[in-house]
Design a protein around this ligand. Structure first.
Ligand code: ASP
Length: 591
């Protein structure tokens, strides 16, 4: 139907007859001449109809925004003074000769360039209109380039692209499962995969050696900011490679991607242990663009006359730490109050501070509601340890270790953004040496990654001291976002069973849930490991999008629904009957 894309036209096409197809972006009547901006995937071209071409002019008069047209015409230079340098095709226009209306359109739910006037619900309801916006189109085009770049890389490295089932058994990754009732097995359910974890491990048992898949994963998580119930992973697994090999391949993959698509050199990826990351940044996904670190002052605060500090300082599970903010003395009381409210989200009960106005003036030069509770020599040591300088503010956290890490860790990032302290555009790193388990509030242990992650100790050591066992897991972090994570896996049945035991999964349950894996471990399972990258987050970071919803063609809302298709939806009684399902009152109502 077309000879060129609208957005393709330029001066090399002058005097050529062209045929364009697309949507009416804008229509303007100018003293008897009609200008149509025609838009397609590649951009916009200006088409002019004058009354001399009577028939097509009459058609052009009927045209409205978002009508679908096919036009024929001749490319010419725009008259002097009307060249639009902002526009890719702005030097030329098409003198329209024929116009066919291929389809009409109702008045668009919103003007493409006025999308900010409507809420996200409207954009999602009419997503097919929203996706016509050039910015959205660009993001999806970019996403397509990312996947093809990654496929090319992994193909060249000898990886096989293998699909794994969507209807399967639960794969624990720490979220709830989406369940699908089975008609042929009444009362039984499939689970949608939280990740292809177990299947990719079985592919290693099968000898595929190097696997990848751009895989959909499904996790029914509590509503947290910027999560999607279904999302995409670049899922990778290899056999007979050690951590460093896997880290090496995938780092090259990401480095090449940034070089090819953004012209960015990511440089070195420092390796930081989990313990160090928590201690220096209060987070296992440190944003290394921000030149500030948490400093421990627990030892200094054990004897002070200030319970808020001395309490946690004497608690083995407590932490007392400080954050020096260069130039932060200019932060107003009002702003400090706002930061205090901010850290309270993470459970901090307050936010103590000291402003360093004039070090030379000694204690007089410090301004703070708390120094009166501290002996002079403690204040002196504090200032020295933090390397404080005139104009700084020091913020403090004192509480259980977890609260201090989360509160000061988040504050560090917030201040880094608010005070525009980012030193570089991109700061990648690897976080390694994660603990195997996390302690649950009730006291039990839960895997920090998933229960198939290999510990870096022996079965006996794991049994003796699971709390302190480290794992052979690694996460790639970029700008404070976890881009991907993985591990060397357990390939030994005894070790796998020991991990299940630590998690309180008894043999019968392990057999019921993961019998197929335990079986496979007995049939020549090679040492193996891999990782998975979150594609949505990767594309979001690379395009500078504000949310993963912006880089997914048809995302769900924050309440895990699709406002366009109205999913999830009810099903009729007949369907329920076939599935042997009867609907009870929703849990919320029962309670
Ligand atoms: N299955 C893991 C996840 O989805 C990634 C991995 O360990 O390879 O987070």
């Amino acid at each position: 139907m077309r000879s060129h894309y609208c957005g393709e036209l330029n001066e090399t096409h002058i005097d050529q007859e062209v045929e364009l197809c697309g949507w009416v972006h804008r229509r303007r009547d100018h003293g008897g001449v009609i200008f149509l901006d025609m838009r397609d995937r590649e951009g916009i071209a200006q088409v002019v109809f004058d009354p001399d071409t009577e028939e097509s002019f009459a058609e052009a008069e009927k045209v409205r925004g978002e009508f679908v047209l096919r036009i024929k015409g001749r490319v010419r230079n725009r008259p002097e003074g009307t060249v639009n340098a902002e526009m890719k095709t702005g030097a030329v226009e098409v003198l329209g000769k024929e116009l066919t209306i291929l389809n009409r359109s109702e008045t668009s739910p919103f003007q493409l360039d006025e999308y900010t006037n409507v809420g996200e619900e409207v954009r999602l309801k009419y997503r097919y209109v929203d996706l016509r916006r050039p910015e959205m189109l660009e993001k999806l085009r970019f996403r397509s380039k990312v996947t093809s770049n990654i496929r090319n890389f992994l193909d060249a490295e000898g990886f096989l692209d293998i699909e794994t089932p969507i209807l399967t058994r639960a794969t624990p990754e720490g979220a709830r499962d989406y369940l699908v009732p089975s008609r042929t097995h009444p009362g039984q359910f499939f689970a949608l995969p939280q990740s292809p974890q177990l299947f990719k491990q079985l592919l290693m048992v099968a000898g595929m050696d190097r696997y990848y898949q751009i895989a959909k994963c499904f996790r029914d998580e509590d509503l947290r900011a910027d999560r999607q119930p279904e999302f995409t992973q670049i899922d990778i697994e290899t056999a007979f490679l050690e951590e460093q090999d896997i880290i090496g391949i995938t780092q090259r993959m990401v480095t090449n991607l940034f070089r090819d698509l953004l012209g960015v050199d990511l440089g070195e990826f420092p390796h930081i242990t989990y313990a160090e990351a928590m201690s220096r940044f209060g987070s296992d996904r440190p944003d290394l663009r921000i030149p500030m670190e948490l400093v421990d002052i627990k030892d200094l605060m054990q004897k002070v006359d200030f319970k808020v500090f001395s309490g946690p300082a004497n608690d083995p599970k407590g932490r007392v730490a400080a954050l020096r903010v260069p130039g932060g003395a200019q932060i107003s009381r009002k702003q400090i109050d706002a930061y205090t409210a901010f850290v309270s989200i993470y459970g901090a009960k307050g936010l103590a501070w000291i402003k360093v106005n004039d070090l030379a003036a000694g204690l007089e030069g410090l301004q703070s509601p708390i120094i009166k509770f501290m002996p002079d020599d403690v204040v002196q040591q504090l200032v020295e340890r933090l390397g404080a300088e005139d104009g700084d503010i020091l913020f403090f956290g004192a509480d259980k270790e977890k609260v201090v890490n989360e509160a000061l860790g988040a504050l560090r990032v917030k201040l880094g953004e608010d005070l525009q302290m980012m030193e570089r555009e991109w700061a990648p790193c690897w976080v390694v040496d994660f603990p195997m388990f996390e302690t649950l509030d009730g006291g039990g242990l839960t895997p920090l990654h998933h229960p198939f992650t290999a510990p870096s100790c022996s079965v006996e050591e794991l049994q003796a001291d699971p709390q302190n066992a480290l794992s052979r897991a690694y996460d790639m972090v970029l700008n404070g976002t976890e881009l991907g994570g993985g591990s060397i896996r357990i390939h030994d049945q005894d070790m796998q069973q020991q991990v299940f035991r630590v998690l309180g999964i008894d043999e019968a349950e392990a057999q019921e849930k993961f019998g197929f894996l335990l079986d496979a471990l007995q049939f020549g399972c090679p040492p193996h490991g891999g990782l998975a990258f979150g594609l949505d987050r990767l594309v979001m970071l690379m395009t500078g999008a504000s949310s993963i919803r912006e880089v997914i063609a048809f995302p769900k809302t924050q309440s895990a629904a699709c406002v366009m298709t109205d999913a999830p939806g009810e099903v009729n009684n007949e369907q329920l009957r076939e599935l042997s399902i009867r609907i009870r009152k929703p849990v919320a109502e029962e309670n």
